[in-house]
Structure formats: structure tokens, C-alpha cells
Design a protein around this ligand. Structure first.
Ligand code: TYD
Ligand code: MG
Length: 459
């Protein structure tokens, strides 16, 4: 029998140490070290699950580029355009995709809908749930009016059983809901511990690659925003998607943060209805739907999200600080960006913001993080500060530099096209971008060189 020894492993990051430590030297978390029994043979490096690798092309011989056959057409569609785009154009056979998100955000609902849609498109799908019974999933499927012939359900947490069912059914797609409930029985360590997660993911990886099965793994996210425990899962899988949104908001955003088969930053927008998730093909319209015309502190920006332009509303609220230090909060925008823009506005636009509380929000729950949103934020700050309404038909595009200059942004034409389509009348754009524009747009273009000039033009 293999000799056992004790190791301590950090639950937060997976750091291993031979002795117990109060604080993890790797991630700094306190009280996260947990005792793990490790078999000191090489057992853990061997898979306890026998996987068919006969059609794996890796032969140990290097190949020339043109000896390798690759066919992009093998991807298959989930019948959700939003989902396909985030994946980089559909599901790749043999890929391992991790979908992270807060509990209750709708991961199971999304994957159940996708499974049934794939099954209806003649793909064999196996949905494995370690969280709900088969009856519960069936109930949900009925509530969503989903019905599929090629669709198998398995309520199981033991990966050995799951692997043998995969061998029996030979599915094209497998859903594992969730990785935190799965266990490799021969591997010591509690269910949900970092070492179990890692082992379970490694087993699934071998199944995916060896049998050309696309596997989707659900992972719950901890409060800190990491996929529970291990960041290392992100390194092991091909694609990492986050499903996010505020629970009380009907919008859900699917975002690729890592993708070996497509670009990251791609965004898919869904709406949670009582009949399940529905994709939103024209998110700008919905994000702008509740805008109050003539409001102060509100501007519209045309921001890039992956390959798509999204128009969203930026809101600022500046109020005098009652006592103590000024408060600043931002939702959907980076806090650093806000601090910097407040400083630039103070310096270049004659405003005194030190004694003002400042609150920022991007409506619709989107997170924007690209330089071109600066001008819209700057103008919304000025609008709230001077209590002067902005024009509801204006859209703002431009990066602001530290000297108050408005800097050129990428893909100006795509942004203007979207604003034009949605009926905006006027676009404030960087002066340096103005000369690149050869297309005729309905929308009137206002080139600006500095934030001061922009503020003078707007108010
Ligand atoms: P779920 O998919 O179970 O979340 P997760 O798997 O990420 O934990 O989603 C559960 C929530 O979604 C629940 O609060 C109810 C809501 N919901 C709807 O609003 N409409 C629906 O059609 C369904 C199935 C769920
Ligand atoms: Mg779930």
C-alpha cells in the first residue's frame, strides 16, 4: 500500500506546505491551510479513470504546419448567437470550458437551455448535475418548455461513474454542474477542496481531449470573485467564461476572460425572464431604455465590447461633502479611472471637486473598461457639478489625457455607425479621429481637442 503523508494546502490558492501556517505565504489569506492526506507514490499523476485516447493525434512526432489538418467548420452552434460569439464562433469539439458566476445567477438555466438546443440540433448531450436531482432538472426543463430526444441526465458526483456513463453514451457535449460537487474517489481530500477540484478538472480534461467531447464545467465564484478556491482551474481549461449581472437586474452578461479558440472581451447579453434566458441582440436599446431626458449627470458613450459596439449611459452624481473626507463610489467603472478624471476636471475645467462626494454608475449592469469612455465620464461630471442638463441626443467618444487633451480612439467608424443607427443626432469625437472619417453619417460630428473645449461646446 502506498505510504501516506500529510500536507497542508491553502483553500484559497492551492499553495502547498509540509507544515501548517496561519497565513498563506502565496496569497496572504489567513486561516486557510487545511490538512490533506497525500499518497506518496506517483498515483496522483496517473488517472484513475481510463480514457480512450486512440483518436488523439499526439504521436510524439513534430509536424510541419501544413501537415496538420484543421477545419474551422467543425464548430457547432448553440443556437444562441450571443453564446456562440463569446465562444469565438461556436462550440469546439474536445474543448474544456469553465463557466463561472455567483450562485443563483443563472448558470444552470443557461446550460440547460443550451444543452437542449444542442440536443435538438442532433448533438448528443449529457447533463451531469451534482447539485440537483434528475427530477428537479426535469421539472425545470418542463417549466422552460424544453424537450429533447438526444438529451441525457445524470445526477451524480462520482467522476468514475460519470466517466463510465460517458463511455457508454458517447455524447458530443457534457455539462458538469458544478465542479465543486465532483469527486475523484481515489483521490484523498474533501469534496470541493483545491486538490479535488484540480484532480477532477484534470480527469475531465483527459476525457475531453481523448474523446473529442466538448465539456462545460460550472464553477461557483467566491465572494472575492475567484472561481472558488483555485485560480489554477483557469490555467487548466481552454476557455473561461463569466456569467454575471446583478441578481435584481434582469440583464445577464456572458464574458470570455480566457479563450484559446477566440478573442477575449467578447460580451454576450441575455435577459432573465420567467421562461428562462433570452438573448438580447440589440443591448444598446435596452441599456438606454430607462434614460431620463433632460437629466443632469447623464451622458451616453459608444464603447467597444469585443467586436461589438455598445451604447451605454454613464451617470454621475456630485454632491457637497457633509463632513470628513469626500466619498467616491463607482459601479461598472474602474475606480482609478474615476479618481484620475476627477483630478483632470478639477485642474482643467475650473471645478472644485475635493469637497464633493462623487458617485458613478454605468446603467444596465455593464462594466466598461476602455479609454474611449473618458469623455462621457468627464462631461457627466461637469453636468452634475454645474447642475446643467446634457442633450439627450448627444453621444461622447474620446480618451482624456492628463493635460486635458482628447486622444484618438480605435474603431471610430463602428462606434459612430451604432450611434447613428440608434438615432443620436450629435457625436463629440477626438479631433485627431475626425480626419479618418470618410463615410457619410447622418449624425453631426463635433471634433474636440481638449476637455475644456468639449465642456464649452456642450454647455
Ligand atoms: P440557476 O440557473 O439555478 O443559477 P445557478 O446555477 O447559477 O446557481 O438560476 C436560478 C435563478 O434564476 C433563480 O433565482 C430563479 C431564476 N430563474 C428565472 O428567473 N427564470 C427562470 O426561468 C429560471 C429557470 C430561473
Ligand atoms: Mg446551478
Amino acid at each position: 500500500m502506498a505510504k501516506k503523508r500529510v500536507m497542508y494546502e491553502c483553500l484559497a490558492c492551492g499553495y502547498e506546505s509540509p507544515k501548517w501556517l496561519g497565513r498563506c505565504p502565496n496569497c496572504g489569506a489567513w486561516n486557510q491551510m487545511e490538512e490533506q492526506l497525500v499518497q506518496s507514490t506517483t498515483a496522483s499523476s496517473k488517472s484513475p479513470v481510463q480514457v480512450n485516447t486512440s483518436n488523439n493525434q499526439q504521436t510524439g512526432r513534430a509536424l510541419k504546419l501544413d501537415e496538420i489538418t484543421y477545419n474551422n467548420e467543425v464548430r457547432f452552434s448553440t443556437k444562441f448567437d450571443e453564446f456562440d460569439r463569446v465562444l469565438g464562433g461556436g462550440v469546439v469539439p474536445g474543448s474544456l470550458v469553465l463557466i463561472g458566476g455567483d450562485p443563483g445567477i443563472g448558470k444552470s438555466t443557461l446550460l440547460l437551455q443550451v444543452s437542449v438546443q444542442l440536443a435538438n440540433a442532433n448533438q448528443k448531450v449529457l447533463y451531469v448535475s451534482g447539485e440537483e436531482s434528475a427530477q428537479q432538472i426535469k421539472m425545470r426543463a418542463m417549466r422552460l418548455a424544453l424537450n429533447g430526444d438526444n438529451f441525457w441526465l445524470l445526477a451524480e458526483t462520482d467522476l468514475l461513474t460519470i466517466a463510465s456513463e460517458i463511455e457508454r453514451i458517447e455524447p458530443d457535449i457534457v455539462i458538469i454542474d458544478s465542479i465543486q460537487t465532483m469527486q475523484v474517489p481515489e483521490h484523498t481530500g474533501a469534496v470541493g477542496s483545491v486538490s479535488q477540484l484540480r484532480e477532477a478538472t484534470a480527469v475531465l480534461m483527459r476525457i475531453a481531449k481523448g474523446n473529442q467531447i466538448a465539456i462545460f464545467i460550472v464553477g461557483h465564484v467566491t465572494k472575492e470573485g475567484n472561481i472558488a478556491g483555485p485560480r489554477m482551474l483557469e490555467h487548466m481549461v481552454d476557455t473561461v467564461l463569466y456569467f454575471e449581472g446583478e441578481r435584481h437586474n434582469r440583464f445577464r452578461l456572458l464574458r470570455a476572460v480566457k479563450n484559446r479558440f477566440g478573442s477575449t472581451n467578447e460580451l454576450g447579453v441575455f435577459e432573465m425572464l420567467d421562461v428562462g434566458l433570452q438573448e438580447v441582440g440589440n443591448p444598446s436599446e435596452l441599456f438606454l431604455e430607462e434614460r431620463l431626458p433632460g437629466a443632469t449627470g447623464s451622458t451616453v458613450v459608444a464603447a467597444l465590447e469585443g467586436t461589438r459596439t455598445i451604447l451605454a449611459e454613464v451617470q454621475s452624481l456630485m454632491t457637497p461633502t457633509a463632513f470628513g473626507n469626500a466619498k467616491r463610489t463607482a459601479s461598472g467603472i474602474d475606480y482609478q479611472r474615476i479618481s484620475l478624471l476627477l483630478a483632470v476636471m478639477e485642474k482643467h475645467c475650473n471645478m472644485l471637486v475635493q469637497n464633493q462626494d462623487a458617485f458613478f454608475k454605468i446603467t444596465g449592469g455593464v462594466k466598461l473598461n476602455e479609454p474611449a469612455i473618458d469623455l462621457a465620464i468627464g462631461i457627466s461630471i461637469a453636468s452634475s457639478y454645474w447642475n446643467r442638463a446634457t442633450n439627450a441626443d448627444d453621444v461622447f467618444i474620446g480618451e482624456i489625457g492628463l493635460t486635458g487633451e482628447i486622444r484618438r480612439v480605435s474603431q471610430i467608424k463602428e462606434r459612430l455607425k451604432e450611434a447613428d443607427k440608434l438615432g443620436f443626432k450629435r457625436a463629440f469625437i477626438p479631433k485627431n479621429n475626425f480626419n479618418d472619417i470618410d463615410t457619410d453619417f447622418e449624425i453631426e460630428l463635433v471634433p474636440v481637442a481638449t476637455i475644456k473645449q468639449a465642456v464649452q461646446r456642450v454647455f
